[in-house]
Structures are given as C-alpha cells and as structure tokens.
Design a protein around this ligand. Structure first.
Ligand code: SF4
Length: 682
C-alpha cells in the first residue's frame, strides 16, 4: 500500500490548524490527523477538522463541466464550456460595457486563486466588480481598523491568549466557531486569566466567565462608550500611551462625558455596576486582549462597533504588546487572505486603493491597463442584476443563496442574470441556478497558501490528483482568460502565482514558498525590515503614525419588533457545521450531531406561543417564512430567538434583513423582527 503523510491546513475556519493528510494514492483514499507541534493548533483539531476527508470525498462531486439546457444540466467538454462562456462574456461587455460583468471569489480558496480572480476581473473583464464573502463577515473590520490603527487585521497572535491576564470576548462564540482558539481560551481561564464575555446569548464561554454582560441585541456602542466614560472619569486610562501614540483623545473624552453607565442601563439591559466592574477589570489589567466576531460586524453600525473597540483598547494602552490587542476572529480559512489579495471592489492586493493614482500607476506598470473606478460589492451586484444593469457573474466557492440575507431577493437577482457561471465541488443551492457549472478541485487536490486570522500565511499541498476533469481555480481562470484572447494570466504553477502576488503585495514582499515551509508559516508584514514576519502589530508605531481615537455614537438596529413581529431573531453557528454546510454535511459523523435546522427559544417565550420542546415551528419575518423545530433553552433571553444558517432545509436567510452599514454595505444579519408559531400536526 502506497501511503503518504502530507502536511496541509484545515479548510474550514480562520484558526488555520495544521493537518496531516494521510493518503492512500492507489485507492484515492484520504484520512486526517492533527499536525504535531503546529504553532496555532498544537497537535489538536476540532470535530470539523477531523472530518475534512468527507468534505472532499468523491461523493456528490461535480467532475465535468455542465451546461444548463432548459431545466437540466448536461456534461460538456472544458473547451466547449470555455469557448461558450468567453463568447458570452465578450458579447455582454460589448453591449453593456465592463461594468455589467463581475466576479465573486472565495474566502475558502487559496491566495493564488484569489489573486488570479481579482487580476482576471481587473485586467481581462476590465472591471473592479470583484468581491467575496468578507462583505458579509468582516468588511467592517477592514474598514474600521484601517481608519483607527492603519491595518485591518488581528493585531496579536493566537498564542497571546496564554500571555494575557484578561480576555474580553464580545460578539463571538469561539468554542463553536473557532473551536481550537475557544479551547485555548478555556485553558487560559483554567490557568487563571480573567474572562469577560459580552453577548446577548449565554455562550459556553459565558458560563465559564468571571463576568457575563448579557447586553440587548445591537447595543454594543452604548455599552463600550459607557465603559470609556468610566475609565476616563476614574482616571484609569493610560495617559502616557495616549499622549505618545494616539490622536483625538479630547474629542473622545468630550463625546463620552455624559454617557454614564447608569444612563445606558435601559438601552443595554446591563446594570451600571456591571459596566463599571468590566471597565475597571479591563483597564486595570496589566495585559488585556479583546477578541470579537460577527456579533460586532454584522450590524448597520458594524464599522462603528469595530472603531469603538479600537477606542477602548487604545485608551487603556492595551495594544502593541504581548497579550493585548484588538483581535477579530475571522470566519473562513482564507478570508484574511482573500482580503489581502484585493478581492474587494475598492482595493488592489495589499489594500492599495484602486482610486489612488499612485496605485493605478503601479498596477498599470505591472499588468497593463486596469479599471480605475471602484466597483460594486457582492450585494451591489445582485441589486444591479435586478434592475438589468449587471448581467454576467462568475462565482466560485461560495453559496450566496444560503449565506446572504433575504434569500428570495438573492435568488431573483441570480435568475435575472444573462450569464451565471459557478465553479464548485458539488451542486450547491447557488450552483442549481447557474448556466454553466465548472468542476472545481478541492483544497486537497491543489498547491497554494491560506492566510489564517492571525495573518499567518501557510502552505496547502496537493495530496490527491484532481478528480475527473476538476481544475484548480487559478487554472480555469487562466484558461478562460486565454479563451477570451488575453495573456495576462500566464503561470506554470502555484509558486509562480505566489511569487508574482508577493512582489505586488507590500506585506507579503519577503515571503517565498521555501521560507513559509522553513518557519511553519510567516505572519505578515514580512518585509526586508521584518524578514521572518511579525507576531505583534503596532509595537512601536502605527502605519498611520499616531492611532486615531474616533468618537462613535450608538444607533438602534434597523428593524423594530411590533405586534405582528414581536420577537428579535439573531443568527448563530454551530460547532459541528461550517458555512452553508456543503462540506461538513457530507460527514455522517457531524450530520448525526444536530438536526437539520433548529430554532433556539427561551422556555418563557415558548410557553407564551404554545411551543413545545422539539415541536415543529413556523418563523415569519417581513421577507420570508421558514419551518423548523424548536429547542427550548435559557441560553437565549426572553424576547430573542436564534437560528443557525447552515441548513438549506431551514434557511435562516429567508428571514434576515438587508439593511446595510453605510460604510461597508455589510447587511444587518444579526438582527431582525420575527413571529414564531407552532405548526399543527398534519
Ligand atoms: Fe479546522 Fe477551525 Fe476546527 Fe481548527 S478550529 S480544526 S481550523 S475548523
């Protein structure tokens, strides 16, 4: 038996745990073990990581290009698919201009694939209409931290969890979503670290915390501003740090002057005493770190929520040192990398603005003529599709029908396109709407890199040959560019793609595959000045000189409850599943852990609406209707219900609201109004 062990990286969440793919090449069989002594996962994996092999198995894989004829898909050759798609793209561009075309790339795909996708959009289609699912997870992080600190990423490293006195978790549920980091936090707590959890739900970490501030949905800024008020009033702030490294303190102090903790108790649902106690513990700890997730970003005030957290860390001087920082826990395995690679409509790779003449000149020199105006976001593309202004979309590795807000709206928009091309492993809900489906290679069938949430660029290695006619994403994008008559994408292997992207991405400048291998990954910035990467950002200075303290005001969530919709709905994720479930739900082991759809409801609300444990329930919002089963639990407070979005049988995004953060167009996925009622037995 020809068995081999190949080191790679888990393809699920942004923790980026090291896995060993154990391959029996003769039988194309794969199994997974944790990588020994990996710098983040330290020889551990969560259940999702252990189940990786199921996600990429042959079962239900698409293995040949498919073309829709009426309602059915028929296999065609790559040559036929590429020739037809190229001709249609050219026709649409000639009729409606390049702005009618766009690409949605994938936070699940490699840096090489994402670099190729944005270069394809910008140089072949000649549009900046390029985006990916960071739009609906951490786009406010990129925008908010870029403004305040000059860099939109986790400031510290995962290992800092073991170097801190206090961990403040806000709007994040790490034991479910970033399980290995969640495990590190539990260990740090057992070792004596203080743990403050700010969350409307009673998460597992909330149960272990020293303080749980169970705030009302969407009232983060009111609570943080009240903490800032207390810290400044009690003189608990770090004056030396503020004087030397920050600007804007006077304006911030003035703005929070009247926001006493007692004055926001009704708004937040948290008592003045609790807010003061949290402010004291956080500000007086020698080292304290903030970790946050989508309970901060997925609001109409997402960018301001992020800036409020940055204000809190800066005022206390908890930044630029071990065991401190503002640390967004990024969702997908490579969402940090997809952002770094410029799969955003307003920046090239390395966050170099498309509207900046210097960046335009740099990229014109490297690539030739490029589109100059910022493009449409992913939600902007679907909106423009409904009005007929946007006509052709190439999408890979994402399933917006399941993951984006207001599912009916997304479906109608995709159905209106003249051309929808989807590259996927299996027939997702979005792929079902495509005109062409391209068979994509899985992460185990290609070489490349992923960048985890602590900015660590790590190697992914080809362990299996491509299944059937599957191709890696940069390979089919290159073939499509060539079918359109362009030679802009012209690489022989993934290493050549990486060398090109590193040469044009300042923070990746000094990285090579050889060095990444040698040092078990490199954390950016990795430059001539920091050739072995950077574990902690902002130790001496910020990229913008002094950090900015920017006052922000609390705004209410967009949709109010009323008589017809008397409950608030929030969304959450479950430990055993990932994203739209297209990979994790292939695992019978994970699938048996939870029913396919759950509504978490407080027993008092359940009694009020005559709903019993495990009973079938209907949930209605102003946008849609879903049926699922009820789980009675005090982990959600009265007045709030919660649903995961992994299950196509009970898609919570039928219900969610599309109201957006004005800065990043992030939809308010964390809050909408619903009614809930029992379904009568048939
Ligand atoms: Fe994979 Fe994330 Fe689990 Fe690690 S914590 S094994 S990266 S899903």
């Amino acid at each position: 038996m020809s068995e081999q062990m190949i080191n790679s990286i888990c393809p699920f969440c942004g923790v980026g745990c090291g896995i060993c793919l154990k391959v029996d090449k003769t039988q194309r069989r794969l199994s997974v073990e944790p990588m020994a002594n990996h710098p983040v996962s330290k020889s551990k994996l969560c259940e999702k990581g252990w189940s990786t092999a199921y996600g990429v198995s042959e079962i239900d894989r698409i293995t040949t290009p498919l073309k829709r004829v009426n309602k059915n898909f028929y296999p065609i050759s790559w040559q036929e698919a590429l020739t037809d798609i190229a001709a249609e793209l050219k026709d649409i561009s000639a009729e409606s201009g390049p702005k009618a075309l766009g690409v949605i790339s994938s936070a699940r795909a490699s840096n090489e694939d994402n670099y190729a996708a944005q270069k394809f959009a910008r140089t072949v289609l000649k549009t900046n209409n390029i985006d990916h699912c960071a739009r609906i997870c951490h786009s406010p992080t990129v925008a908010g931290l870029k403004q305040t600190l000059g860099s939109g990423a986790m400031t510290n490293s995962a290992k800092d969890i073991f170097a801190t006195e206090l961990i403040l978790i806000i709007g994040a549920d790490p034991t479910e979503n970033h399980s290995v980091i969640g495990g590190h936090i539990m260990q740090a707590r057992l070792d004596g670290a203080q743990l403050i959890v700010i969350d409307p739900r009673v998460t597992r970490l909330a149960k272990l915390s020293s303080m749980h501030l169970q705030l009302k949905l969407g009232t983060n800024i009111a609570l943080i501003n009240a903490m800032l008020h207390t810290i400044i009033k009690e003189n608990w702030h770090n004056s030396a740090f503020i004087r030397e490294r920050c600007s804007g303190f006077e304006q911030l102090a003035q703005q929070v002057k009247d926001i006493a903790p007692e004055s926001v108790a009704d708004i937040t649902g948290v008592s003045g005493e609790q807010i003061k106690a949290a402010a004291k513990a956080y500000s007086q700890a020698k080292r304290a770190m903030i970790c946050y997730g989508m309970g901060i970003t997925q609001y109409v005030s997402g960018t301001n929520n992020v800036m409020a957290l940055s204000n809190l860390a800066l005022v206390c001087g908890h930044i630029g040192k071990p065991g401190t920082g503002v640390n967004p826990l990024r969702g997908q395995n490579n969402v940090q990398g997809a952002c770094d690679m410029g799969c955003l409509p307003n920046v090239y790779n390395g966050y170099q603005p498309v509207a900046d003449p210097q960046s335009q000149e740099k990229f014109t020199r490297a690539w030739g003529e490029v589109a100059r105006e910022p493009g449409l976001t992913s939600l902007g593309m679907t909106k423009a599709a409904l009005s007929g202004d946007f006509r052709a979309l190439i999408l890979f590795g994402e399933d917006p029908v399941v993951t984006d807000p207001d599912q009916n709206h997304v479906k109608s928009a995709l159905q209106k396109l003249d051309l929808l091309v989807v590259a996927e492993l299996s027939l997702t809900e979005t792929a079902k709407l495509a005109d062409y489906i391209l068979p994509a290679a899985s992460f185990a069938e290609k070489d490349g890199t992923f960048t985890n949430c602590e900015r660590r660029v790590q190697r992914v290695r080809k362990a299996l040959p491509e299944l059937g006619e599957c191709k890696g994403d940069w390979q089919w994008l290159q073939a499509l560019a060539q079918a359109m008559g362009s030679t802009k994408l012209n690489w022989q292997n993934s290493e050549q793609v990486f060398d090109e992207l590193a040469s044009l991405t300042p923070a990746y400048q000094a990285m090579t595959y050889v060095k990444i291998d040698q040092y078990q990954g490199l954390q950016w910035p990795c430059t001539a000045q920091s050739p072995l990467g950077t574990e902690i950002l902002h130790t001496k200075t910020f990229p913008i000189g002094k950090a900015k303290l920017i006052p922000v005001n609390y705004v209410e969530i967009d949709e109010d409850i009323d008589k017809s919709y008397p409950l608030q709905l929030t969304t959450n994720r479950l430990h055993f599943h990932y994203g739209c479930g297209s990979m994790t739900r292939k695992s019978p082991l994970l699938e048996r852990e939870t029913p396919p759809g759950i509504l978490f409801i407080n027993p008092k609300d359940a009694r009020r609406y005559n709903i019993h444990q495990q009973a079938a329930v209907g949930i209605k919002s102003r946008r849609g209707y879903v049926e699922t089963r009820a789980m009675l639990t005090e982990d959600v407070p009265e007045g709030l219900v919660s649903m995961p979005y992994h299950f196509k049988e009970a898609p919570s995004n039928q219900l969610t609201n599309t109201a957006q953060d004005p800065v990043t167009k992030m939809p308010e996925l964390k809050a909408c109004a619903v009614s809930v009622f029992p379904l009568l037995p048939p």
